[in-house]
Design a protein around this ligand. Structure first.
Ligand SMILES: [Zn+2]
Length: 299
């Protein structure tokens, strides 16, 4: 069966078709154009799903707080026009199917599901995907299944407070992980240290030689590790898959994260914790979304 997945972003919609056996068939990308409004967006999403050869099953990953059962985006600063719109019902009506044929999930959760199906997490039954981009997203796989929690907010590691005296977060609190370890935070920290704002130049300098650039990336990684230590303590997780915008800087970041873990982790477990780079890149979201099932059809 041909499955269709959509990764709905604030600026672009990434989508694709994939067979149930994991054979990738087709990829597409269109601009989101939120200014045209929710109904227009739903029209274009339905068109995209049809063009990708819809055979009755499709899934959507969206940023923000998601009501997976109700098929709605409850809260999403980047997709405010979709808040309170019944996205699945609107799309299902346009496609001529029941809403239960479609699925909606938080984008980081969808990406975790994608990495679990075909990426770095495919041999892992329990792991947390952490995406380090503009913010820090998280998606939790427990016992081989996506765990979103009763309110759909599980895995939101970006808003765990790591340093109560840290920078102000977009959520209003101080020192959330994403104010310290997102790609955006790393660029801000680099600029404050007089190292410019180009993350890839920073990464190259850090790889070439020890110096201020490597030290800064290690510090960012150390804060990431301090955050992940709480996750290890709570869930006894031994595997983290890291995606997002750090690219070549990830090696240095992981070195730092191991030291942050060692500093904060409860128990003698830190040597068994693996921090691995994600494999599917920008495809993880739509691939995971394609395989999602509506909660009413799970199990
Ligand atoms: Zn926050």
């Amino acid at each position: 069966m041909r499955l269709v997945g959509i990764d709905l972003g604030g600026t672009a919609i990434k989508a694709g078709a994939i067979r149930a056996d994991g054979t990738l068939l087709e990829r597409r990308q269109i601009p989101t154009q939120l200014e045209r409004g929710a109904e227009d967006l739903l029209d274009r999403m339905a068109q995209l799903v049809r063009e990708l050869g819809f055979e009755g099953r499709a899934g959507i990953g969206s940023p923000g707080l998601i009501d997976a059962r109700g098929g709605r985006v409850l809260q999403s600063p980047n997709l405010a026009c979709l808040e309170r719109v019944n996205l699945l019902a609107g799309l299902a009506r346009r496609l001529g199917v029941e809403p239960g044929a479609l699925a909606l999930e938080n984008d980081a959760n969808a990406a975790a599901y994608g990495e679990h199906w075909l990426g770095r997490g495919r041999n892992e039954q329990d792991f947390l995907l952490v995406t380090l981009g503009t913010g820090v997203g998280g998606g939790l796989i427990l016992g081989g299944e996506l765990y979103a929690g009763p309110g759909g907010m599980a895995g939101e590691v970006g808003h765990m407070v790591v340093d109560p005296r840290g920078p102000r977060c977009g959520c209003g609190r101080l020192g959330c992980l994403e104010t310290l370890a997102s790609a955006t935070a790393a660029m801000r920290r680099a600029e404050e240290s007089g190292l410019g704002t180009d993350l890839s130049a920073l990464a190259q300098a850090a790889r070439r030689a020890a110096g201020a650039e490597r030290e800064l990336l290690r510090e960012v990684g150390c804060d990431l590790g301090r955050g992940l230590a709480s996750v290890v303590t709570l869930l006894d997780l031994r595997c983290f898959v890291i995606g997002g915008g750090f690219g070549a800087a990830l090696d240095t970041l992981v070195e730092g994260a191991q030291s942050g873990l060692a500093e904060r982790c409860f128990g003698e477990r830190v040597d068994t914790v693996r921090i691995l780079p994600a494999e599917l890149g920008a495809d993880a979201g739509w691939i995971g979304a394609a395989r999602l099932k509506h909660p009413s059809r799970r199990i």
